[in-house]
Design a protein around this ligand. Structure first.
Ligand code: S3P
Length: 434
């Protein structure tokens, strides 16, 4: 189904809003609750297409899962050895997180399995998980060019390895840690830069020992996960659209409620602050083992910056909307060290540069980032290439365009942000589905 957004120019964002729950944490909650002994209750589960795909995969693996009803899910865990051979190929839809984490988890099972996904996911690199998992003794075959589908042969005895990640990727780290639950000895993963640590935190919440030392994380095989209650925070990455929208639109004053502020996810807050954004982090607390806060954002003048390279992995999903912030800043913004953007749901460097140029923004793509000179821009027709975050980023851009922006191919917004149009409209964005 093709979905087109029509966003009239101008307006401001105001009010208190709660964006949907965290996608990364929702995927992991289904996975670990399924592998736990006993019944786990999840509240605030993201009812998006990506995370529902994960839920359906675990149902196909024999796990009884009730819900989701208003984000409440009950998972009847089967224990680490209780999954059953699936009757069909497992479809991960658009979700790279589902496919890469499942590759690690399925590598240790007694049965064979196959993972596939939609047109976008079938273009994404999977060697990054297949290679280290095969080094652990797994048998995973990719299609040509290291792409999905993944054919995973079961009944292999995995052995723990020491692995230095060549790219900063929480998905690869998590795949190895999940395989490590089934491996003999210890599995140690060292990352070149910090990446989101939701897997490590949630393993501990399920009573599984995780050792951390500097940039290395280690698990030992043969333990047990114990069922628990998981409360999921609002998604930092979904909140980011409103952080940028409110920052660029004069007169905005938005409070985003119950947003995850795990330090491995808050690069967007640091980058916006460096650009001069008026952003307050209020009522800090913890929920489900994750730090959370309300975030108040008011409209202000932004300035262009050289984004510190080390922040790139901590804001990797937020660059589409940060490029929109840069288009609204005074002067030049330079992003480097973000080459991973080229292998996300779309090539986010090229697709964002193309869209910004349609609007008349000076945007120059580079192999690992972008150079953007801020200034006034017009409306126009922008193709999101089926990438949810690109679609939502350009929707926010309309707040400062001189005329309407039409965004095509927006159906995949439902993968991460169900209800985006209604929520954004309630906050003041002049958005309709054409
Ligand atoms: C995710 C990790 C990141 C991120 C993705 C979600 C996760 O991917 O971009 O949206 O949940 O582990 P990489 O591991 O490819 O960096």
């Amino acid at each position: 189904m093709s979905v087109t957004y029509q966003v009239e120019a101008g307006g401001a964002l105001t009010g208190r809003i709660r964006v949907p729950s965290d996608k990364s944490i929702s995927h992991r909650s289904i996975m670990l609750a399924s592998l736990a002994e006993g019944v786990s209750h999840i509240t605030g589960f993201l009812e998006g297409e990506d995370t529902v795909a994960t839920m359906n995969v675990f149902r196909a693996l024999g796990v009884r899962i009730e819900g989701s009803r208003q984000g409440n899910v009950t998972v009847h865990g089967v224990g680490l050895r209780g999954l059953e051979a699936p009757p069909r190929v497992l479809d991960c839809g658009n979700a790279g997180t589902a496919m890469r984490l499942l590759a690690g988890l399925l590598a240790g099972q007694a049965f064979d399995s196959e993972l596939t996904g939609d047109d976008s996911l079938r273009q994404r690199p999977m060697k990054r998980v297949a290679e280290p998992l095969n080094a652990m003794g797994a048998h995973i075959e990719t299609a040509q060019g290291g792409r999905p589908p993944l054919r995973i042969r079961g009944a292999r005895q995995l052995r723990g390895i020491d692995y230095a990640l060549p790219v900063a990727s929480a998905q690869v780290k998590s795949a190895l840690l999940l395989a490590g639950l089934y491996a003999s000895g210890r599995t140690r993963v060292t990352e070149p830069a910090p990446t989101r640590d939701h897997t490590e935190r949630m393993l501990q919440a399920f009573g599984y020992a995780v050792e951390k030392s500097g940039s290395t994380v280690c698990v030992r095989g043969g333990g047990t996960l114990r069922a628990t209650a998981i409360e999921i925070t609002a998604d930092t990455s979904s909140a980011a659209f409103f952080m940028v929208g409110a920052s660029i639109a004069p007169g905005s004053d938005v409070t985003l409620e119950h947003v995850g502020i795990n330090p491995t996810r808050t690069g967007v807050i640091e980058i916006l602050r460096l650009m001069g954004a008026d952003l307050q982090v209020l009522n800090e607390r913890t929920a489900g083992g994750e730090p959370v806060a309300d975030i108040r954002v008011r409209g202000t003048e932004l300035r262009g910056i050289q984004v510190p390279r080390e922040l790139a992995p901590l804001a990797i999903d937020e660059f589409p909307v940060l490029f929109i912030a840069a288009a609204n800043a005074t002067g030049k913004t330079v992003v480097t060290g973000a080459e991973e953007l080229r292998v996300k749901e779309s090539d986010r460097i090229q697709v964002m540069a193309d869209g910004l140029q349609v609007l008349g923004v000076q945007a120059e793509p580079t192999p690992d980032g972008m150079r953007i000179t801020g200034g006034p821009y017009r409306g126009g027709v922008v193709n999101s290439h089926g990438d949810h975050r690109v679609a939502m980023a350009f929707a926010m851009a309309a707040l400062r365009a001189s005329s309407a922006i039409t965004i095509t191919d927006c159906a995949n917004v439902a993968t991460s942000f169900p209800g985006f149009v209604e929520l954004a409209r309630s906050a003041g964005l002049k958005i309709t589905v054409a």
